[in-house]
Design a protein around this ligand. Structure first.
Ligand SMILES: [Cu+2]
Length: 98
């Protein structure tokens, strides 16, 4: 029975990861150049459960896109705080469909 359960877990692990990971779209005010982009990219990549490789900061759209591997209720607040701590304003943090 345990062998079957283990096999099932292995089979469904990618699906579970997929189900718990979420994409976020963050609207940011105050970015003016590539330096701002890099700063925000760096702080977002350091947040636990944020996939650093997924972080994209788009200067001309005033937004950042990122994937959270395991969603916790406070993640949106953590994202907002990380950006505001380095001097930018967060207008909204929304989850988006992949
Ligand atoms: Cu700048």
């Amino acid at each position: 029975v345990f062998r079957i359960l283990t096999a099932l877990l292995i089979a469904f692990a990618p699906a579970l990861t997929w189900a718990t990971s979420k994409n976020f779209d963050v609207k940011i005010e105050g970015m003016t150049c590539d330096h701002c982009v890099n700063t925000i990219k760096r702080v977002l990549g350091k947040i636990p459960n944020v996939d650093a490789k997924s972080v994209q900061v788009i200067l001309k759209e005033n937004r950042a896109l990122l994937t959270v591997t395991e969603e916790k209720p406070e993640i949106a607040a953590t994202i907002k705080k990380a950006i505001e701590d380095v001097g930018y304003k967060v207008v909204s943090v929304q989850t988006v469909k992949r």
